[in-house]
Design a protein around this ligand. Structure first.
Ligand code: SF4
Ligand code: SF4
Length: 135
């Protein structure tokens, strides 16, 4: 669930307000966002993924973090490098490696394909069959 907007990092670009599918944020007259409807957050991480300055923290909890939790504390989150953490994992942002390049599933799939016996040729598809019997 969305927990914190970093006042120190936010540049008021309005992207989080636009991408949130459940309209969690409000923006003031300077386009500065606030968390207006936290209970509508569906923990989709879209806002965190799109924030260009890593100013958002969406906690992995399905409900609000309890009072006094470090998950609600901007200083603590900044110290632990948790702002934009999800965005970093998927490799979005300058200087990061796109997550798809680190995805090992493709290696697994290629290995499986290499182990599988070749598919039998369809009848009539081989050169010999097409050319017919030699004289
Ligand atoms: S996307 Fe990030 S920088 Fe832009 S308004 Fe939202 S919190 Fe601020
Ligand atoms: S995590 Fe998803 S639903 Fe929650 S505030 Fe961000 S964009 Fe909106």
């Amino acid at each position: 669930m969305i927990e914190v907007i970093s006042e120190a990092r936010c540049i008021d670009c309005g992207i989080c307000v636009d991408v949130c599918p459940t309209n969690v944020f409000d923006a003031d007259e300077h386009a500065h966002p606030s968390i207006a409807r936290q209970s509508d957050c569906q923990t989709c991480f879209l806002c965190e993924a799109h924030c260009p300055t890593d100013a958002l923290f969406v906690s992995p909890l399905s409900g609000p973090a309890p009072e006094g939790s470090p998950l609600r504390d901007e200083e603590s989150l900044a110290r632990e490098g948790r702002f934009g953490e999800y965005r970093g994992w998927i490799g979005w942002g300058h200087g990061r490696t796109p997550g798809s390049r680190n995805d090992r599933n493709q290696v697994f799939t290629l290995r499986l394909r290499a182990l599988r016996p070749p598919e039998p040729a369809a009848p009539g598809s081989t050169t010999a069959e097409k050319e017919g019997p030699r004289p």
